[in-house]
Design a binder for this molecule. Structure first.
Ligand code: NAD
Length: 478
């Protein structure tokens, strides 16, 4: 797979190249062109001129048809997308086959459907004037696209998360410049091929590759020609982008980091809670923003829960590598620090040895920790690896206080069979998403996003369409 920029309907590879390393075994997969400021300028200019062309005048129906052609195009190249995602991320093939690629298809289909659900969401009201003498007026609202939208995405779910923004942005009639993560450029290049084949006008969708700070990401998000920024990544990066965007008062939609809690009450189905926590802490080796890193368990079932979770973590196999040597080292340094801060290692705790090619890759064992104070860095900071810390609690209020004592607020999971407790606790957890007796069960129409340092705004269904379009009030005096 050759990573290329896609600008104004043309593929190009100018700019210095950097190597793309396979996280599964450390081999070089190829090279990636680093977009210069000139490449980014060209992409933004191409997007702007596409808005002035036929794309700017398309109907919702035409855009829905275009999104369906893109969905069909991804489906037609299903295996290529799976191969590219597996090579770039090192994730298990089944994950790419059942999550990444089907969800990318689903993202385009969902927004094509949603466009039919609300043709242009034109609310019309005819109201008497507010003050005497102004008469009656007809008010209606039209939604117009924002313009040129920058989509900056991370490496953990490269295709899924970028299309989760690209599809609604295009649905609303915007033009997009996407900058995928430098670690995972391949599916974005393939998506450009699909969009090219689907016949979207040149410049409606563009891809620029490269790094973030002082590079393509910064050039794009600080660009005066960009009308909105949709970003998923670390909270610190979100803050840097916000500073960069401030000069142009560019609106932002942010999906950022998390330190997600799970609350396990003693009335829970313990088997389901253990099973759910294995999934929520170790899926994709913990490299999903929604993964659980803090587990609070009611004291009567604490010992049993820890024993069962540890046993399951030790038995896990094929969990996939960290994205890079740098990220593996960061996760291992968190584990070293946790030991120094007094953690008991129930399972895992280091880098595994396989005795085969995987030893060249960047793996970390699924790790269960206990015994840390709530002030420990492993309990406070996002690790973004296969690591969770389990601590006991005694009362519902204490559980909530522990869960909410975090600068992050993305997602939480509550395990209980007590219906009243579930409904009492869930709204009091300070996160954007609360799952009860499940994890990562997603309906694409529901609001998705975080509070506190975990994000700004919501994605999903109407929420994304609201961000990617501007409501304009037209008031006609009668
Ligand atoms: P990251 O912030 O390092 O990078 C994300 C993207 O931003 C990349 O494309 C990168 O090149 C770019 N970037 C970096 N610095 C930049 C800058 N100064 N200006 C402009 N662009 C810049 O994140 P990552 O390591 O790729 O991804 C992991 C992080 O993403 C974790 O914190 C995780 O929690 C978060 N995440 C959040 C969600 C969510 O929905 N809330 C989903 C997935 C991942």
């Amino acid at each position: 797979m050759k990573a290329e920029h896609y600008v104004g309907g043309m593929f190009r590879s100018d700019g210095p190249a950097f190597p793309l390393i396979a996280p599964a075994d450390g081999t070089e997969l190829g090279t990636v062109p680093e977009a210069t400021r000139e490449v980014v300028d060209d992409a933004v200019a191409a997007a702007r001129s596409a808005l002035k062309g036929p794309w700017g005048a398309t109907s919702a129906e035409e855009r829905a048809a275009a999104l369906r052609r893109v969905a069909d195009g991804i489906q037609a190249r299903f295996e290529e997308f799976v191969d590219a995602e597996v090579a770039d991320t090192g994730r298990p093939r089944a994950f790419a086959e059942t999550v990444d690629v089907p969800r990318a298809v689903g993202n385009f289909r969902a927004y094509a459907d949603l466009l039919y659900g609300r043709p242009e969401r034109a609310y019309t009201t005819r109201v008497p004037g507010w003050s005497s003498g102004t008469g009656e007026a007809l008010n209606y609202t039209v939604r117009r696209p924002l313009g040129v939208v920058a989509v900056v995405s991370p490496w953990n779910l490269p295709l899924l998360l970028s299309t989760w923004k690209i599809a609604p942005a295009l649905a609303c009639g915007n033009a997009v410049v996407a900058k995928p993560s430098e670690e995972t450029p391949s599916t974005a290049t393939l998506l450009a091929r699909v969009i090219d084949e689907a016949g979207l006008p040149a410049g409606v969708f563009n891809v620029v590759h490269g790094h973030g700070p002082g590079a393509a990401g910064e050039f794009l998000t600080g660009h005066p020609g960009v009308d909105a920024i949709a970003f998923t990544g670390e909270s610190a990066t979100g803050a840097a982008i916000m500073r960069n965007a401030a000069d142009h008062v560019t609106p932002v939609s942010f999906e950022l980091g998390g330190k997600n809690p799970a609350l396990v009450f003693s009335d829970a189905d313990l088997e389901a809670a253990v099973d759910g926590t294995v999934r929520s802490s170790f899926t994709h080796s913990g490299q999903i923003c929604l993964c659980t890193e803090r587990v609070y368990v009611e004291r009567p079932v604490f010992e049993e829960f820890v024993a069962r979770l540890g046993e399951r973590a030790r038995a896990l196999d094929g969990y996939g590598p960290m994205i890079s040597a740098g990220h593996r080292d960061k996760v291992l340094s968190h584990l070293r620090l946790a030991r120094e801060e007094g953690a008991e290692i129930v399972a895992g705790g280091g880098a595994p040895r396989f005795g085969d090619a995987r030893d060249g890759g960047f793996h970390v064992e699924p790790t269960v920790l206990t015994g840390l104070p709530e002030t420990a860095r492993a309990v406070r900071e996002e690790i973004f690896g296969p690591v969770c810390h389990v601590a006991p609690f005694d009362t519902e209020d204490e559980a909530l206080a522990l869960a909410n004592d975090s600068r992050y607020g993305l997602a939480a999971t509550v395990w209980t069979r007590d219906l009243s407790r579930a409904h009492r606790v869930a709204p009091r957890v300070e996160t954007g998403i609360v799952w009860v007796n499940c994890w990562n069960l997603r309906d694409l129409r529901t609001p998705f996003g975080g509070v506190k340092a975990s994000g700004i705004g919501r994605e999903g269904g109407e929420y994304s369409l609201d961000f990617f379009s501007e409501p304009v009030n037209v008031c006609v005096q009668i």
